[in-house]
Design a protein around this ligand. Structure first.
Ligand SMILES: [Zn+2]
Length: 287
C-alpha cells in the first residue's frame, strides 16, 4: 500500500515537527477506528498484519511517550479528509454548500415570469423539434418581455454563443441555463403533443376504453364491398379502342371479409357487377 505522501521520519524528540503535515498525512488509531466503524483493537490488528503502515510521533497528550499514527493511503486520505470536513461542519453548524439555497427567495439565478416561461416553452414546442440552443437564439433575436429589440451580450468582450444577454430597451436578462430550465419544466404530454404530433400524443398519453370482446364464430358475419382502384390498366386481350387509342380503365376490386377470422377473399375486374361479386364470393367460400 503506497502512502499518499512519503513522510521522512524525524527523530522523536525533534522539536521542529511539522504538526500540520503530520495531521494531514496521518490519522490516529482512534480517528481511523471511528472512520472505518471498527474498534481500535481492530485497527491495531491490521497494523500488526501490515495492512497499514505507521509512524511514531511524540504524543502531545502524554509527554515523553510515543503515539502511533497510521500513514494514509490515497483512498484513506480521501475518506479521512471527508470525515474531518463533516465533523468540522457539524461543529460549526454551517449547512452543506452543495444543493442548499441559503436564501430561497433569491438563488441568484435568472428566472422568468410564468408568462415568459410559457413563451419560451412555446418556442420549443415545435414540430421541427428545435434544440434549446435554437430557442435561446430565437429569444435573443427578439426580447420576449418587451418584443421591441434584440438582446445583446452583457459582457462585450466575451464572444461566447451562450453568454448572458440583456435587452437595452427593458433590461430583461436571458441566460442559456434559464431557457434550458424552462424547457425542462414543460409538462411531458405537452412536449409530446407539440414536438411529436397528435398521433404520438394519442399513442403515449391517450386513454383508451377497452371494447367488450364478442366471441364471433367463423362465417357468422361476412362483409362484402366494391372499390374502384386508383390505377389505370389495360386488358392485353383487348388493348386498343376502335380508333386506335389505348383502352385504359380503372379496375374494380370486389372483396369479402370474415369478421371472426379476418380472412379476405377478392377478385379484380373491369366492372363492378354481379359476376365479379360472385367470383369473389366463390373465392371466399373456397377459403
Ligand atoms: Zn426588452
Amino acid at each position: 500500500m503506497k502512502p499518499a505522501l512519503q513522510l521522512i521520519p524525524k527523530a522523536p524528540a525533534s522539536p521542529e515537527i511539522n504538526w500540520a503535515e503530520v495531521e494531514r498525512n496521518t490519522a490516529s488509531v482512534a480517528e481511523l477506528a471511528a472512520l472505518l466503524r471498527i474498534t481500535e483493537r481492530g485497527v491495531r490488528l491490521r497494523i500488526e498484519r501490515g495492512v497499514y503502515r505507521t509512524y511514531q510521533v511524540p504524543s502531545r497528550l502524554a509527554p515523553g511517550r510515543l503515539e502511533t499514527r497510521v500513514i494514509l493511503s490515497d483512498d484513506l486520505h480521501k475518506r479521512i479528509r471527508k470525515a474531518r470536513r463533516r465533523a468540522e461542519r457539524e461543529q460549526s453548524g454551517i449547512p452543506r454548500k452543495r444543493g442548499v439555497v441559503l436564501d430561497p427567495e433569491n438563488d441568484r439565478r435568472l428566472a422568468f415570469t410564468t408568462e415568459e416561461e410559457k413563451l419560451v416553452q412555446g418556442l420549443w414546442l415545435e414540430r421541427t423539434q428545435p434544440s434549446v440552443a435554437h430557442v435561446f437564439d430565437q429569444a435573443v433575436a427578439r426580447c420576449i418581455r418587451c418584443r421591441r429589440a434584440p438582446l445583446s451580450p452583457t459582457m462585450p468582450g466575451y464572444r461566447g454563443r451562450y453568454a448572458i444577454h440583456r435587452c437595452a430597451s427593458c433590461g430583461f436578462e436571458l441566460a442559456y441555463s434559464a431557457v434550458r430550465r424552462a424547457v425542462m419544466r414543460t409538462p411531458r404530454p405537452a412536449a409530446v403533443l407539440g414536438r411529436e404530433g397528435i398521433n404520438s400524443f394519442v399513442n403515449k398519453h391517450g386513454t383508451y376504453a377497452r371494447l367488450a370482446h364478442l366471441p364471433w364464430h367463423r362465417n357468422e358475419q361476412a362483409y362484402g364491398d366494391h372499390h374502384q382502384l386508383d390505377i389505370l390498366v389495360y386488358d392485353p386481350r383487348e388493348p386498343f379502342l376502335k380508333n386506335g387509342e389505348a383502352r385504359l380503365y380503372r379496375p374494380w376490386l370486389s372483396a369479402w371479409q370474415d369478421k371472426a377470422t379476418c380472412v379476405v377473399a377478392w377478385r379484380i375486374g373491369e366492372h363492378a357487377n354481379a359476376a365479379l361479386l360472385s367470383l369473389a364470393f366463390r373465392s371466399y367460400v373456397l377459403q
